[in-house]
Ligand binder design. Structure first.
Ligand code: NDP
Ligand code: 2IT
Length: 446
């Protein structure tokens, strides 16, 4: 089996040179899937995994625009349409200077499995640009979004490919992108999710990834008759996912000790409360300021250039970006008694970190399961757009909770080891794969 894995990965590497993040994501999935595929020869003979790792289509385009000084700027735009076996392509847009083809291919690949796990009819895709919205005026962000959509509109549509937000793309950016699509096409459709509630968005979509993550952690804790009450929690990031993760953790009686941004992290030994969190939300969403200002305001620790994982905790929730928690961080967490790591971000833990969690047999929930709540409510936004109807907050929240419970059940079904330990990574990979594989078989060689 190791030979098969090695050969498979060597081929991926040869065909996708200089794509380390994509190779990392494929390695993680192939390690769980190849033994399973070996027991289901039709998947092997029909080369299902070989087909899944090849995007159906990749679009790369120039995004020229004028900044506030009247100067020309040029960025690169991408959309990776990875797999449409179970529905139209679906996945976020990321605007960040670190965006490359490799990053978007890894994200699109993860999205395929994640979307399958939600149980909703959504294929997988991801897109974005190396544009950095930080320190840009609203006018510049609008100009960029308009230029970006002036090319992207050809490739997306409510039944074709439905983008949403991700790092650097929130309600403001979705608004400008939607406006430009509507203007070019002359139609008001559900081409994007994460829209404002007044113009076709869903209640709970802003909260969904963070809330869903906490609901998933609750399911994990229930397996040992435990709850979040009184647990010490580390959160990284202070954006959309981190904010609503913190809100729900506080509501469940957990003690949130840290939050971070790309400059450093704050450590509040008393724990955040609703007022303190509101300060962070205002700081990040309105003033677009830095997390260090929290430490100045509430007189607590600020660790410049560091990540929160050295603080003693029960539960760690990496919610910022890929590879933000490495093997050394994992060893520190385990030594300090952390027993649960659940990924709000996509692939925040390196392979070495994940290996350490498996070895220590602590709970480790991969992003494709734990952070699926965001895209799940995007799917519910699509349903509401099709119905020309809006569900209440409670209706959407209850559906989200049920979806996260169902994903947890799938992880148990495929991930329970002989000794009773649950390998959520294996469970999520196999559980996500089966539905896609069966759909691909049914649809023939396309
Ligand atoms: P936001 O842009 O709202 O927030 C991102 C946060 O992460 C910010 O605090 C940002 O700090 C920090 N960050 C970003 N890049 C880096 C970096 N290179 N190093 C350190 N910190 C960094 O994004 P989201 O909250 O939406 O996304 C966070 C993660 O969650 C991503 O991995 C995303 O793919 C994933 N995710 C998002 C979903 C969603 O619905 N939005 C759904 C599922 C997963 P700073 O402000 O300094 O840049
Ligand atoms: O990584 C993700 O799942 C997202 N950024 C959300 C995608 C979506 O289409 O809502």
């Amino acid at each position: 089996m190791n030979d098969v894995l090695t050969q498979f990965l060597e081929k991926i590497q040869r065909r996708n040179p200089a794509e380390p993040e994509f190779l990392q994501a494929v390695t993680e999935v192939a390690e769980s899937l190849l033994p399973f595929i070996d027991q289901h020869l039709i998947y092997r003979d029909q080369k299902i995994l070989e087909r899944i790792v090849e995007p159906e289509r990749v679009i790369i385009f120039r995004v020229p625009w004028l900044n506030d000084k009247g100067e020309v700027e040029v960025n690169r735009g991408f959309r990776v349409q990875m797999n449409s076996a179970i529905g139209p392509y679906k996945g976020g847009l990321r605007f960040h200077p670190s965006v490359t083809l490799s990053v978007l291919k890894f994200l699109a690949f993860e999205q395929v499995f994640k979307n399958s796990l939600t149980g909703l009819p959504m294929g997988g895709g991801k897109g974005g640009s190396d544009f950095d919205p930080k320190n840009r005026s609203d006018n510049e962000v609008m100009k960029f979004c308009q230029s970006f959509m002036t090319e992207l509109y050809r490739h997306v549509g409510a039944d074709i490919d439905i983008p949403a937000g991700d790092i650097g793309v929130g309600k403001r950016e979705i608004g400008y992108l939607f406006g430009q699509y509507k203007r070019i096409k002359g139609e008001f459709s559900g081409v994007l999710t994460g829209k404002g509630y007044e113009w076709g968005g869903s209640l709970i979509r802003p909260e969904a990834t963070g809330y869903g993550l906490v609901y998933f952690v609750e399911e994990i804790l229930k397996t040992r008759g435990d709850s979040l009450s009184g647990k010490k929690v580390l959160i990284s990031g202070s954006g959309n996912v981190a904010q609503y993760t913190a809100e729900k953790c506080i509501a469940k009686g957990a003690k949130v000790l840290t939050m971070s941004d790309s400059d450093g992290f704050i450590y509040d030994p008393d724990g955040l409360n609703v007022e303190k969190l509101q300060f962070i939300i205002n700081l990040k969403e309105k003033e677009r300021g830095r997390i260090s200002e929290y430490a100045n305001k509430f007189k607590c620790g600020y660790f410049k250039g560091e990540r929160p994982w050295k603080i003693k905790c029960d539960i760690a929730l990496p919610n910022a970006t890929q590879n933000e928690l490495d093997g050394n961080d994992a060893a520190t967490l385990i030594d300090n008694g952390c027993f649960c790591v659940a990924e709000g971000a996509n692939m925040p833990c390196t392979r070495e970190a994940v290996a350490a969690f498996h070895k220590a047999e602590i709970f480790y929930a991969p992003g494709k399961a734990a952070n699926a709540g965001g895209v799940a409510v995007s799917g519910l936004e699509m349903s509401q757009n099709s119905l020309r109807f809006s569900w209440t907050r409670d209706e959407v929240d209850n559906k989200l909770r049920e979806i996260m419970k169902q994903i947890h059940r799938i992880c148990l079904k495929y991930g329970k080891e002989k000794n009773g330990h649950v390998n959520y990574e294996k469970g999520a990979n196999i559980g996500g794969f089966v539905k896609i594989a069966e759909s691909m078989l049914a649809q023939g060689l396309v």
